[in-house]
Ligand binder design. Structure first.
Ligand code: ADP
Ligand code: MG
Length: 676
């Protein structure tokens, strides 16, 4: 005989099993992210209506606008006709009378409320001196049996409602009923925490904690219950993370750089920083390990990640394997090629570049040298991901500016050789704790700080009335010191809807005819043909073009050391991490560099604060942390991976310390603090 549904009810059961949640309501819940009973039970109240004290009606006058609860008997009901009907109900207790008024749902309340009924009534008290009685508009009202003095639920939960819930007429009452039913009928409560841990932490059982969150017996005791729920959430996240890591711990090849490492070191015109050396050690150790490297190399803009990543390719070259180096844009491919090609040449490594726009003939030739193994190092854009690109012996995969690629694209490249080492690079550093969750499947190594001799970029917010003074200053710098300027604008062209947002086309027009007249200016953005864009970037690099108006396509990785002024229009529209990326385009030489932020919306206090913070901070990790605090993890990472977004009560930043502790609990030694 099949068991009844009840006996199997657990956290994974669909919400549609809850009586009262028909198809429409269940759909609304699903749309609100609540698909299972477990998830429903984690939809906690925002606040509670305190009904633990009953106020005598004659005392209500002391509580203007305060929510109170009374118990009394209905002594009169009357529908008053006017432009619209309203229901006036008189309620009496031993001490006096009050009135309750309804403007909406009059027929319903009229039918359900009648004289002689004992009711419990909660609402904000309105004083009506004229009438001499206290009033409540639209109070919560329910009938209460004769001998009860207090309601069954003393602290009435008030749940957050989504629009979808509203539309499906899923209100407080229905949710409350669903919660009650679920609490009473769930048969299996998940046991995520090991029993020993539960004891050690003196956590009350999960069931008890969840019940107390919905229907507290004493709100003052709630922190204890909440603490367990947070702990449990973070624990699950930690377990998922450890699992992910294990999943990616796949067999690889043990490769050694041999003499190539020293030869390459000797080629460099500078000494590597200690941080770079440390990162390189880690990467070479990964390469030697028989497990596949699966690592994120993060570091501030300009911290010198490229050199470190190239070191990571040497083991592959040394042992006759190939390396694929993926970048997000044509311009970056060109740039990476011009940096890596001389290195490769001197080390005797054959290098080539695969881009979208190249001629069929040439493309065929490159594909062929990939598959025959004649070329050892291939730099490319998305073109590299195509199935037609086949490698003979792929040993190393590098993905630069990895946040510009989706998980699917990462995977596509990984699939080219499952044993190949895999290195992601990110110039949007994120704080360690978040990195652990956001990139839970990856090992991480960070390069902190910049190579010596860099001066911090002087950063200022420029108020509207100083704009023209700034423009004159910039022109002077171009003429006197021969510097070059990036002028970043959020939009490409005019958008009728908002004049307040600058667009590249008209800024370019105004500048080139105005303050920059007689100087070489140019403009690049997504709608300029790639070939043309390439040409303009090249001219800017050569120094023929002095001022480059651009959208954020120059955000990523472009290296023009002589450019030492960055101007950002509508800076309030950018996240801190993005501004930091932009600012990283300058300050790449020994010259003093400047970054000027033009902001429209300085009325907006939060936006203003952000920019002021940015002016005085230069460390990418710190800025990322602030960005995170202000905008939340989803925004900062840009894509969702291992569930930091799934936290309902836990907060990966607020609870960072606790999370570290828990990770250590789940797998001791998993995350030795990699960055202090
Ligand atoms: P990013 O981390 O942003 O990719 P790059 O690797 O492009 O930074 O390096 C930025 C610049 O710093 C490059 O011109 C590079 O040659 C230079 N550089 C890298 N390491 C050092 C170092 N140890 N000393 C001096 N300059 C360095
Ligand atoms: Mg780089």
């Amino acid at each position: 005989m099949p068991r009844s549904i009840d006996s199997r009810l657990d956290f994974l059961s669909p919400v549609s099993l809850v009586p009262g949640l028909g198809p429409k309501r269940a759909t609304a819940l699903r749309e609100s992210g609540i698909d299972t009973i477990g998830r429903l039970l984690h939809h906690f109240p925002l606040r509670y209506v305190d009904r633990s004290t009953i106020t005598p009606i004659s005392d209500l006058y002391k509580y203007g606008s305060v929510t109170r609860t009374i118990v009394g008997t209905i002594t009169k009901t009357r529908v008053e006709r006017g432009r619209s009907a309203r229901l006036r109900v008189r309620i009496t207790d031993d001490s006096g009378d009050m009135e309750a008024l309804w403007f909406h749902g009059v027929p319903f309340f009229r039918k359900s409320l009648h004289t002689g009924m004992r009711v419990l009534c909660t609402g904000a008290v309105k004083l009506s001196p004229a009438a001499g009685v206290s009033l409540m508009f639209h109070p919560m009202i329910e009938s209460i049996s004769g001998d009860r003095r207090l309601p069954e639920i003393l602290f009435l939960p008030q749940y957050p409602l989504t629009l979808a819930m509203h539309d499906a007429h899923l209100g407080q009452k229905a949710l409350l009923k669903a919660m009650q039913w679920s609490l009473d009928n769930v048969k299996h409560w998940p046991q995520a925490l090991p029993g020993g841990l539960e004891l050690e932490k003196k956590f009350p059982p999960l069931e008890h904690c969840i019940r107390e969150m919905h229907f507290p017996s004493d709100p003052a005791a709630q922190p204890r219950f909440k603490a367990r729920i947070i702990y449990e959430e973070l624990y699950r996240l930690a377990v998922a993370l450890v699992w992910n890591k294990r999943k990616f711990a796949q067999p690889g090849r043990s490769l050694s750089a041999g003499a190539l490492a020293d030869s390459f070191r000797k080629l460099l015109p500078f000494a590597l920083t200690e941080e770079q050396e440390r990162a390189i050690d880690v990467l070479l150790a990964d390469a030697r390990s028989t497990l596949r490297m699966h690592r994120l190399l993060q570091g501030d803009v300009g911290s010198g990640k490229t050199v470190a990543a190239f070191f990571a390719c040497l083991p592959a070259f040394n042992e006759g394997f190939q390396a694929a180096w993926l970048v997000p844009t044509e311009a970056l491919a060109q740039q990476a090629f011009s940096v890596l090609a001389p290195w490769c040449e001197k080390l005797g490594v054959a290098i080539d570049m695969l881009r979208g726009g190249i001629a069929m003939e040439k493309k065929k030739r490159i594909l062929e040298s990939c598959s025959t193994g004649r070329v050892q190092c291939v730099i490319g854009t998305h073109a590299l991901l195509q199935p037609s690109v086949v490698f003979k012996k792929l040993g190393m995969i590098v993905i630069d500016e990895q946040h510009k690629f989706g998980a699917a694209q990462r995977l596509a490249l990984q699939e080219k050789d499952r044993a190949a080492d895999f290195l992601l690079m990110s110039a949007t550093p994120i704080p360690q704790t978040l990195a652990q969750t956001a990139y839970g499947d990856l090992d991480i190594v960070s390069i902190c700080g910049l190579p010596p001799g860099r001066m911090p970029v002087k950063t200022n917010c420029v108020p509207l009335h100083k704009r023209s003074a700034m423009e004159t200053f910039v022109r002077g710098e171009i003429l006197a010191r021969g510097v070059q300027v990036f002028w970043v604008v959020p939009r490409i062209e005019k958008d009728d809807e908002s004049d307040s947002i600058k667009n590249a086309e008209s800024v370019y027009d105004v500048l080139s005819k105005g303050v920059f007249s007689g100087l070489q200016c140019s403009i690049v953005h997504g709608r300029v043909e790639p070939e043309e864009q390439q040409r303009r970037m090249e001219e800017f690099k050569q120094g023929t073009i002095k001022a480059l108006v651009a959208t954020t396509i120059i955000e990523v990785g472009i290296d023009v050391p002589n450019a030492s002024i960055m101007i950002v229009e509508n800076a309030e529209r950018f996240g801190l991490a993005q501004l930091h990326q932009l600012r990283g385009r300058v300050g790449r030489s020994s010259k003093q560099s400047y970054c000027f932020l033009l902001a429209n919306d300085t009325e907006n206090q939060a936006a203003r604060q952000r920019l002021v913070y940015f002016c005085s901070h230069h460390d990418g990790f710190e800025i990322a942390e602030m960005d995170l605090r202000m905008r939340g993890p989803g925004e900062v990472i840009g894509w969702r991976q291992s569930g930091a977004d799934d936290l309902l009560m836990g907060d990966i930043i607020r609870d960072a310390e606790l999370f570290r502790e828990i990770l250590n609990e789940v797998e001791p030694g998993l995350n030795p603090a990699e960055k202090a």
